[in-house]
Ligand binder design. Structure first.
Ligand code: RIB
Ligand code: CA
Length: 316
C-alpha cells in the first residue's frame, strides 16, 4: 500500500514524519503541505527541512495556503513562529516539487487506484479540493487515517472543536461525506496518549540529525504543556495518528460511527458530531479510535530516533 502524508508541520507533524520515514513501515510516495499550525511557506519549508535531515528522497508538494471559506487559523503559540519551536533551522537545499499538492493527490489516486491511503495531520483543504476537482478520487483512495476531531466534543481550539477540523470545517465536511473509509484519531485520545517525562529524557539521547533538531524544537511544546496543563510531557497528536496508520494494533478501543462536521453554529462550528446510534439505516463512515497504547507509541518514536529503550516503559 502507498501512503501520502498531508501535513502542516508543526512539531507533532515532525514527529509523525520522522517515524513514518525512519521506521520504513509505510511506503510514503509523497508529502503534501497545507496551511495550519503556521503559514504554508513555513509548513512547506519545515517539510523540506525534515526530509533533508532524514536523508529521504520523498518528494514534497506545496498545497493550499488558506481554508476553503474561513480565515486561516494558526497555532504558533504551540509550534513557534517558524512552526518548529522557533529553532529557525537553516534553509533547506531541497526544492519543493513543481506539481501542486492537489494535482499530486489526484494523480496519485489514479496511479495507485485502490492502493493509496492518506495520513492527514492538518486541515483537510488539500484533500477536499482534490475530491472537488476530480470526483472519482473518493472511489480510489483506500482509507484516510486522520488526526482530527473530537470523540466527546472536548475541543482544543474552541470548547467543542479540534484545530485541524476547526481550521477548515467545510473541507472536513467534504471529506467526511466522501465515502472514503476514515480512521479518526481524535484530540481526547491523543491527550490521553501524552508521552511522559521519561520519553522526553530518552528523546534527548538521540544523536541523529533529525533527533537533535527535534529535541531542540520540542522544548517549546514541553514548556507550553507545563505552563498550560502543569504537566511534564510531550503531546504529539500527529505521532499517535502515524503509529495507528503503521501499526493498527496500537488502538486499544474503537467504535464505528457516522461522523458529520458542523459548519454552521455560532459556538459549535468545527464540531465532529459522532453518531454511534446510526438509526434509520445510517451506515458508519468512520472508525473512531477511543484509546491507544501510549507506551507502544513512545517505543515506536524512540525506535525511529535510534534511541535504545530496552527495559524501558512510559511513566504511568
Ligand atoms: O489539534 C492538534 C492538531 O492540530 C495537530 O495535527 C497539530 O499539529 C495541529 O495541526
Ligand atoms: Ca498537524
Amino acid at each position: 500500500m502507498k501512503w501520502v502524508i498531508d501535513t502542516d508541520p508543526g512539531i507533532d507533524d515532525a514527529a509523525a514524519i520522522i517515524a513514518a520515514i525512519n521506521l520504513k513501515i509505510m511506503d510514503v510516495v509523497g508529502i503534501t503541505t497545507v496551511h495550519g499550525n503556521v503559514g504554508l511557506e513555513h509548513t512547506t519549508r519545515n517539510a523540506l527541512k525534515l526530509v533533508e535531515l532524514l536523508d529521504s528522497d520523498v518528494p514534497v508538494y506545496r498545497g493550499a495556503s488558506a481554508p476553503l471559506l474561513k480565515a486561516p487559523e494558526n497555532a504558533s503559540q504551540f509550534h513557534g513562529e517558524d512552526g518548529f519551536g522557533n529553532t529557525f533551522l537553516p534553509e533547506p537545499k531541497r526544492n519543493v516539487e513543481k506539481t501542486h499538492a492537489v494535482d499530486f493527490l489526484i494523480q496519485a489516486a489514479h496511479r495507485w487506484d485502490g492502493d493509496l491511503s492518506l495520513l492527514t495531520l492538518g486541515p483537510l483543504t488539500n484533500v477536499a479540493l482534490a475530491m472537488a476537482e476530480d470526483r472519482s478520487v473518493q472511489h480510489k483512495i483506500r482509507q484516510i487515517v486522520m488526526m482530527g476531531g473530537t470523540s466527546k466534543a472536548r475541543g482544543n481550539t474552541t470548547p467543542l472543536a479540534e484545530f485541524n477540523i476547526y481550521a477548515d470545517p467545510e473541507a472536513a465536511a467534504i471529506v467526511f461525506s466522501s465515502g472514503v473509509p476514515i480512521v479518526m484519531v481524535p484530540w481526547e485520545t491523543c491527550l490521553d496518549a501524552m508521552l511522559g517525562p521519561d520519553v522526553v529524557a530518552k528523546v534527548r539521547e538521540s544523536t541523529s540529525k533529525a533527533g537533535v533538531a527535534f529535541s531542540k524544537a520540542m522544548d517549546l511544546v514541553v514548556s507550553r504543556l507545563h505552563k498550560v496543563l502543569g504537566v511534564e510531557g510531550l503531546l504529539l497528536c500527529d505521532l499517535v495518528a502515524a503509529c495507528v496508520a503503521m501499526e493498527p494494533s496500537v488502538v486499544k478501543e474503537k467504535v464505528a460511527a457516522r461522523v458529520v462536521v458542523e459548519t454552521g453554529g455560532r459556538y459549535s462550528k468545527g464540531l465532529t458530531v459522532v453518531d454511534e446510534r446510526m438509526l434509520d439505516g445510517v451506515s458508519p463512515n468512520t472508525t473512531v479510535c477511543l484509546s491507544c497504547d501510549k507506551d507502544r507509541v513512545g517505543e515506536m518514536f524512540l525506535d525511529a530516533l535510534g534511541v535504545n529503550h530496552v527495559n524501558w516503559r512510559c511513566s504511568k
